[in-house]
Design a protein around this ligand. Structure first.
Ligand code: NAD
Ligand code: UFG
Length: 334
């Protein structure tokens, strides 16, 4: 299949590209490089051992997108392009709606112009809001608590309307839990600029001696050790979930929301311990106040993905930490 990946040079897009190529798909990367670098393309070609066309473009540029879809005879789109920082979205909501929602409208218009019906969308567990029960299955009520989450929810709903309007539509919204880690080669992965806001890259920088200690946000949650619990999933497992979604869509029409998680929660302190072992370095930490907006625990019920996609996350939390550590030690990519 010829697959266009919007946001293809980003963290998840680059890993999805590797997974798709390994399964024999032809991949085209489409990205405006606001949060990635063209240098990723060369690394990707090295990892995948084949050429990967890159188109520098914005998803909001409908005309340009129509041409790209036509030029490469695209059969399906995986839509990862978007802005993703919750705190940033609260400060700049219009940017988030413009980029994420307007960007998706533009993509849908371009797909319609090329009579393309198959789409996999990068959604997030954030659409569940504060969990009413755990583990979170796909019938848990949705409720976003910030502009980023609302943009994801609005897109999901828009896509549901599109599927309802056209019986030939084939759409999967993948609700990612907490993607971490990197491809085993240590060439591609997420290296955040500035102070990382997510836990895993922060731990990695403390282990590497770039930061003195980790602030653990909250030690008084109703969890076994008092720290926040999340469903960490290896980014290569997540990447393979995209290939499984495409294969599912080759046999099925309609709109489907599917969790991509491991189904198991790890606390902050558990992750710290595993990382220390994987890296051989200490990760000093201090317990500080809870971070506003955080929930105590969030983890998935991954059964639907197994049933529909025949996919399950198989890599361990040890592999997540080890690959993050390898990347931390490798060359800068951004
Ligand atoms: P990322 O920032 O590394 O990748 C996103 C890519 O999209 C970047 O390369 C960026 O340059 C590009 N982009 C942004 N706006 C664009 C536009 N208008 N036109 C073209 N390209 C554009 O982020 P990621 O972690 O790889 O996330 C990919 C997707 O997955 C996002 O939609 C994000 O919301 C979603 N998601 C991520 C996580 C996570 O924890 N990483 C969790 C849930 C959902
Ligand atoms: N944490 C710390 N110290 C840090 C960073 C995080 O203790 O320096 C804790 C958090 O309080 C939380 C856990 O580590 O308990 C995980 O935090 P992350 O920021 O890594 O991830 P979140 O679960 O908060 O958020 C992630 C994405 C969001 C997405 C959400 C649900 O960053 O974009 O998962 O999918 F919305």
């Amino acid at each position: 299949m010829n697959v266009l990946l919007t946001g293809g040079t980003g963290y998840i897009g680059s890993h999805a590209a590797v997974a798709l190529v390994e399964l024999g798909h032809q991949v085209v990367l489409y990205d405006n490089l606001t949060n990635s670098s063209e240098a990723v393309v060369e690394k990707l070609e090295q990892v995948a051992d084949q050429r990967m066309p890159f188109v520098k473009g914005d998803v909001r540029d409908t005309k340009f997108l129509i041409d790209a879809l036509g030029d490469y005879s695209i059969d399906a789109v995986i839509h990862l392009a978007g802005l993703k920082a919750v705190s940033d979205s609260i400060k700049k909501p219009v940017d988030y709606y413009a980029n994420n929602v307007q960007g998706t409208i533009s993509l849908l218009q371009a797909m319609r112009a090329q009579q393309l019906k198959t789409l996999v969308f990068s959604s997030s567990a954030t659409v569940y809001g504060h969990p009413r029960y755990l583990p979170l299955d796909e019938s848990h009520p949705t409720c976003a608590t910030n502009p980023y989450g609302r943009s994801k929810l609005q897109i999901e709903e828009m896509l549901r309307d599109v599927a309802a309007s056209d019986p030939q539509s084939r759409i999967v919204c993948l609700r990612y839990f907490n993607p971490v880690g990197a491809h085993e080669g240590g060439l591609i992965g997420e290296k955040p600029n500035g102070v990382p806001s997510n836990l895993m890259p922060f731990i990695a920088q403390v282990a590497a001696g770039k930061r003195t200690e980790l602030s653990v946000f909250g030690g008084d949650y109703p969890t076994p050790d008092g720290t926040g619990v999340r469903d960490y999933i290896h980014v290569m497992d997540l990447a393979e979930g995209h290939a499984a979604a495409l294969s599912f869509l080759s046999q099925n029409v309609g709109w489907h929301a599917i969790n991509l998680g491991k189904g198991k929660g790890y606390s902050v302190l558990e992750l710290v311990r595993v990382f220390e072992k994987a890296s051989g370095h200490q990760v000093p930490y201090t317990l500080v106040a809870r971070r506003a907006g955080d929930v105590a625990a969030c983890y998935s019920n991954p059964e639907k993905a197994f049933k529909l996609l025949n996919w399950a996350a198989k890599r361990t939390v040890e592999e997540m930490c080890a690959s993050t550590w390898r990347l931390q030690q490798s060359v800068e990519i951004k």
